[in-house]
Design a protein around this ligand. Structure first.
Ligand SMILES: [Fe+2]
Ligand SMILES: [Fe+2]
Length: 358
């Protein structure tokens, strides 16, 4: 199976990371703002509902709309001097603590890390907005078009909420990380409706739900908790669409096509995970005297690395892929080997659609 970003691979102990160190290459990736995205535009003359479960999801989306400007209380404080998230949730704060830095420095580093993470989510939201716009064209059923268009509005709201949060409350929007940019381009340029749905809706939406759930659980700030809770609720609807669509796709796919989707899903997630947090650590670490490579080497060699590393993935994306039949005996060991999948967590979690549609 071909690995993505082969040229940027290196071994840290037994863990293979993706590491971008050449600043001009990173700048060039960011400067590339045009992507060739193949689009098959489909008319349909069937305006009645053909896929009842999608129509229900669309109805649900309408009822749960919210206004990022009016429904969030922007007067509520968010301060650099307070922990926005619990310190244990911050790699940078932990790194600073290990090096004996004082609490003010730990807080500043954690605040910076949160701004970085939210900035990456923001760029991901923009990709979601654009891919979902593509879906309104490439889907051939009216239920799918209606649902996708409602998600476009959701994604616009997420871009709005997170960009305003970063500008108003944190003061910084960090540029997209190199690894993430390569992967988002890969999703934006996916050739078929199947891959567009699998990539954005199942893989990235599922991962986003897991990350947001972790962040919300660690939040100490009421504004942040409220904003993430609202976004997360939308995202689980989006992940549900991924499952409902892919369930039909997988059922109809020839074995060869199904294998291809399964391999593609792994290559995307493996690459996302292979960066660990190196792009962030390389950018922010020097400011706090943190050595990016040391921190990543230390983290990836922990005996419980897989346990910690898989938290966000075991929440939604892995259980969904497993139930869709896109993680099988053929590939499962690969997911385990890179610390994306562990036993005993997530396997009994409800599929997002059940959670959302019940
Ligand atoms: Fe979103
Ligand atoms: Fe989304």
């Amino acid at each position: 199976m071909k690995k993505l970003m082969e040229d940027h691979r290196k071994l840290f102990g037994s863990f293979e990371v993706i590491d971008f160190v050449d600043e001009s290459e990173i700048q060039a990736l960011r400067a590339q703002t045009d992507v060739d995205a193949p689009l098959d535009v489909h008319w349909t003359w069937e305006y009645g509902s053909e896929v009842e479960e999608l129509r229900r999801l669309y109805e649900k989306g309408k009822v749960n709309q919210w206004n990022a400007e009016l429904d969030l209380d922007w007067e509520m404080p968010v301060s650099k001097d307070e922990w926005v998230l619990n310190p244990q949730a911050s790699l940078m704060a932990q790194g600073c603590a290990l090096m004996g830095k004082d609490e003010a420095t730990q807080k500043a580093a954690a605040f910076d890390e949160l701004a970085y993470t939210l900035s990456q989510l923001l760029h991901g939201e923009q990709a979601a907005l654009q891919i979902c716009g593509q879906l309104t064209n490439v889907c051939d059923k009216m239920d799918e078009k209606w649902y996708a268009s409602s998600q476009v509005a959701d994604e616009a709201r997420h871009v709005e909420a997170i960009s305003k949060f970063l500008a108003r409350k944190m003061g910084t929007i960090y540029p997209v990380g190199a690894t993430l940019k390569v992967l988002l381009d890969e999703l934006l340029a996916a050739e078929t409706v199947k891959k567009k749905t699998l990539g954005m809706q199942t893989l990235f939406e599922g991962t986003a739900v897991g990350i947001m759930e972790l962040m919300r659980g660690e939040s100490r700030n009421d504004f942040f908790t409220d904003m993430i809770r609202r976004i997360e609720q939308d995202e689980s609807r989006h992940a549900a669409f991924g499952v409902l669509m892919m369930r039909r796709v997988v059922k109809e796919a020839e074995p060869e096509e199904k294998d291809e989707l399964e391999d593609w899903a792994f290559s995307i997630m493996e690459a996302l995970n292979a960066n660990q947090q190196l792009d962030m650590l390389r950018l922010l670490g020097p400011k706090y005297g943190i050595d990016a490579e040391n921190v990543t080497r230390m983290f990836t060699s922990l005996p419980n690395h897989a346990e910690l590393n898989s938290l966000a993935f075991m929440h939604t994306v892995i259980p969904n892929l497993k139930r869709l039949g896109l993680i099988t005996d053929r590939t499962e060991q690969g997911w385990r080997d890179v610390g994306l999948m562990v036993d005993g967590r997530g396997e009994n979690a409800p599929m997002e659609m059940e959670f959302q549609l019940s």
